[in-house]
Design a protein around this ligand. Structure first.
Ligand code: PMT
Length: 419
């Protein structure tokens, strides 16, 4: 059994307009069980106040090397207690300082004196990002073993459009958590994020296990512009992918149309229709150890789609629907199937229907949820059904549900309970 401890980061904020996103980043990390110590440059204080960051992190914000109580040794002490330093946002100027080993303020001195990983989320105007000097500096940081998160492309505060935006807080938080989870050797820590003290006892890792996941809805075209779909957001499937990555699994995520960014480290395959999802699964399934069907796959498609937009008429119109292949049932019935996990979204008689579904699809593990409460929502309540009976996961956010599901799955998988 591995002893675990909460993860700690130093969140370094430098002076750019994206500094306002650091507040949300701190909030999201703390929500996931990360201890956040904020250190800001003087320039950052022009964009966001230390009071805001102190209120969110619950700790005094460090800005000046000389005004703390550690005999001017904050630049040493802070990194010794941290599992990682995250600079978000990192301006072009600060990146240049890092690349050249300058240490003329608390944050840069702290980075130079660190004995823990450094993650940097650049944020700047697109021309500054494209400038050869910045690109040289980034290449140097990568060569020095620094992890670069982003930047993203899009509209910029200056009114221009292009590469250089800081990655959104939600995505950054997910990447940082995944990084911390996978760096289990650091400071002797292990997986403890967002787990209650009781849950921190033993984490089942899944290093190198190949997991294929379907997520999101499918879209079945009627004509050139119309189609049939459902309200699945992909949140549950993406959370399952994130939880699997945190445990060290190699994840392929086949996703229907969603507005979500794929978790960092997942191999993504984008599909639209059930037929495309089926084809992608068939292509990937031989290489996987575990298949998890979280997607809300349309059971029917339009038998005859129109390439042109169908014109409006005054009489009734009938759409003929043809059944789609059952992807999960196909995978489970392969000669040498992976360990199969199904989901069931039911609007009534949840337990009864879920048990029947597990039996009909001949799968070892099925996670059932009430469709009207789960679909599109941020949280969920899964009931897991396996040969031993049922296991209720009390309502929580989807990532926490996914982590618990993965622990249950890892245990069954390890026990060799493969069918
Ligand atoms: O995406 P979110 O907004 O986060 O919502 C999450 C969710 C409610 C969609 C998810 O938690 C969930 O329940 N997914 C399964 C939804 C579903 O289609 O259930 P089902 O009972 O119709 O299908 C049972 C299982 O067979 C599922 O694993 C499904 O992926 C699979 N299936 C279904 C039909 C089909 N043609 N092929 C399949 O593989």
């Amino acid at each position: 059994m591995e002893q675990t401890q909460a993860k700690r980061i130093v969140l370094g904020i430098t002076g750019g307009i994206a500094a306002y996103k650091a507040a949300e980043l701190a909030r999201l990390l703390i929500k996931q069980g990360v201890e956040v110590q904020v250190a800001m440059t003087g320039a950052a204080g022009h964009f966001i106040t230390a009071t805001t960051m102190q209120a969110l992190s619950g700790k005094p914000v460090l800005m000046n090397q000389w005004d703390d109580s550690s005999n001017g040794m904050a630049h040493i002490n802070l990194s010794r207690a941290a599992d990682a330093i995250v600079i978000a946002p990192a301006t072009a100027d600060f990146i240049a300082k890092l690349a050249h080993g300058l240490a003329d303020d608390l944050l840069s001195a702290l980075c130079l004196a660190r004995n823990c990983p450094l993650l940097v989320a650049p944020a700047m105007n697109r021309q500054m990002w494209e400038n050869a000097a910045t690109q040289r500096n980034i290449a140097q940081l990568i060569a020095d073993g620094v992890t670069i998160l982003g930047p993203a492309s899009g509209a910029q505060a200056c009114g221009e459009e292009g590469m250089g935006r800081m990655v959104e807080a939600e995505e950054l938080a997910a990447e940082i958590v995944a990084f911390l989870q996978s760096n289990k050797s650091l400071n002797g820590g292990s997986l403890s994020l967002a787990l209650s003290p009781g849950e921190r006892g033993q984490i089942q890792r899944m290093d190198g296990v190949k997991i294929l996941i379907t997520a999101g809805p499918t879209y079945e075209a009627i004509d050139a512009v119309r189609g049939i779909t459902n309200r699945s957001s992909g949140k549950m499937g993406y959370a399952v992918a994130q939880a699997a990555l945190e445990l060290g699994a190699e994840v392929t995520l086949i996703s229907g149309p969603t507005a979500l960014n794929k978790p960092h480290g997942a191999r993504g395959v984008d599909v639209t229709s059930a037929a495309e999802m089926f084809a992608a699964v068939k292509q990937q399934v031989a290489a996987c150890d575990i298949f998890i069907g979280v997607a809300a796959v349309a059971d029917y498609r339009v038998a005859q789609t129109s390439e042109q937009k169908i014109k409006r008429g005054d009489s009734n119109m009938t759409l003929e629907l043809a059944p789609n292949p059952d992807i999960l049932a196909y995978v489970a019935s392969l000669k040498n199937p992976p360990f199969c996990v199904g989901f069931a979204a039911e609007s009534e008689n949840l337990r009864e229907h879920a048990k029947a579904k597990r039996k009909a699809k001949k799968i070892p593990l099925l996670a059932a949820n009430l469709a009207q409460q789960a679909i599109g929502a941020d949280d969920n309540e899964l009931i897991l059904f396996d040969d031993a009976g049922e296991h209720v996961l009390p309502r929580s956010d989807k990532l926490s549900q996914a982590r618990e599901l993965l622990q249950h799955l890892a245990q069954l998988y390890r026990q060799g309970n493969k069918r």
